[in-house]
Write a protein that binds this ligand. Structure first.
Ligand SMILES: Cc1ncc(COP(=O)(O)O)c(C=O)c1O
Length: 394
């Protein structure tokens, strides 16, 4: 980097390393015949009725800004869905902001809550964007390690001790990269800790609809004492296969939203209008397509979990999102080398676990949002690679 660039960029920008995920995409993009289990997005196209709603919106001339908060119709639909699914009520007029994906909501929530020197508790391994958002805001992350040996369970006692002196708690469940979910007793215990320690809770629940094997999701703001202290984040990218539309949302008590919307209105103006109209259609009529996609992920999850079990790569039993996070230490390789060699030797892209924090070391993230055929072929290739690495015949 030139001296000028070094001086030009702020210290907090230098403090954040470039995304480890991006590097792998860039390598994979230069190769042919790669099966990508890397990128964390649905392989499905957006359901046709949602696309049609956007086309209609565009044809109707809806090419202007909306309210900073988003269209009132979409905010009403978001409020109704949360009420129906988790029993929490938010006022669509003043307690919801429609954002540019859940990504903007994460940034908005963290920037709005965390100031210089503030501490925020963050379970680890965690989605790559959380920690940089805190660093950019001048805050400090207090990590709470979780481990494969007990299926990435978040222990409330560990959160409680990490929370001493902290201002906030960041939760991201169902989790990227582990697929872990929070069970009801853990959610209750976390809520009690948040209340007792007077924490702000930022809860990214973008994978709320993608849970399997009877795991049930309930918004963190639904627990006693939580509505007033929680910034609830959600989105459309994962459940409705709408990553490219860039629409998400956050919900919080009125006075908190009044603060957060200041950042949003000066930085963003509004989320894309036609994408908001598409998201409204998703919430209104999207349930059958969502259920079909969820059922497909459930079948793929079984293929992947059985495949890794057969290869003796311990994976736990992820119950949410569309990720598995197998332990690859038995191959004798680091997660970085494993991912790099698997890509160059067998043309399968996965993400090294260390990209998600220190507790991800020795694991790789597999996104199973791809066809069953791709998954089966990827498992054959991974099997061959693992056998070579272990020095045994495949
Ligand atoms: C946990 C988590 N939160 C937020 C996002 C960003 O979602 P969006 O596309 O809505 O910005 C992702 C995307 O991978 C994610 O995994």
């Amino acid at each position: 980097m030139s001296d000028f660039a070094k001086r030009a960029l702020a210290d907090r920008v230098h403090a954040v390393p470039p995304s480890g995920i991006r590097r792998f995409f860039d390598i994979a993009a230069t190769m042919s015949d790669v099966i990508s289990l890397g990128v964390g997005e649905p392989d499905f196209n957006t359901p046709a009725h949602i696309v049609e709603a956007a086309v209609t919106s565009l044809r109707a001339g809806r090419t202007h800004y909306t309210s900073n908060y988003g269209t009132i119709e979409l905010r009403r639909a978001i409020a109704a869905k949360i009420q129906e699914r988790s029993g929490v009520s938010y006022d669509p007029e003043s307690e919801i902001i429609v954002t540019i994906g859940a990504s903007e909501a994460v940034d908005l929530a963290v920037r709005g809550v965390i100031g210089a020197g503030d501490r925020i508790v963050l379970p680890e391994p965690s989605y790559v964007a959380y920690l940089p958002a805190v660093v950019f805001a001048g805050g400090t992350v207090v990590p709470v390690a979780t481990s494969a040996s007990d299926s990435w369970r978040l222990h409330d006692e560990a959160v409680d001790s990490a929370a001493a002196g902290a201002k906030a708690l960041f939760l991201g469940y169902p989790a990227n990269p582990t697929g872990a979910t929070l069970d009801e007793p853990t959610r209750e215990a976390l809520a009690k800790i948040a209340v007792a320690r007077d924490l702000v809770v930022i809860s990214d629940e973008i994978y709320d609809r993608l849970v399997y094997e009877g795991a049930a999701h309930r918004a963190m703001s639904a627990y006693p004492g939580m509505r007033e202290r929680t910034i609830l984040i959600g989105g459309f990218s994962k459940s409705y296969a709408m990553t490219g539309w860039r629409v998400g949302f956050l919900c919080a008590p009125k006075e908190i939203v009044a603060g957060l919307v200041k950042i949003h209105q000066y930085a963003i103006m509004s989320a894309p209008t036609i994408a908001q109209d598409a998201a409204l259609e998703a919430l209104t009529n999207g349930e059958p397509a969502l259920e079909e996609m969820r059922a497909a992920y459930a079948r793929r999850r079984t293929i992947v979990l059985e495949g890794f079990a057969a290869l003796n790569l311990p994976t736990g039993a992820p119950q949410g999102a569309f990720y598995a996070f197998p332990d690859i230490r038995s191959t004798g390789l680091t997660d970085e080398v494993f991912a790099e060699r698997l890509l160059t030797e067998e043309r399968v892209a996965v993400i090294p676990g260390s990209s998600f924090g220190a507790s991800g070391v020795g694991h790789v993230r597999i996104c199973y949002a791809t066809s069953e055929e791709n998954l089966r072929e990827a498992l054959v290739r991974i099997g061959r690679f693992v056998a070579t690495a272990r020095g045994v015949a495949a």
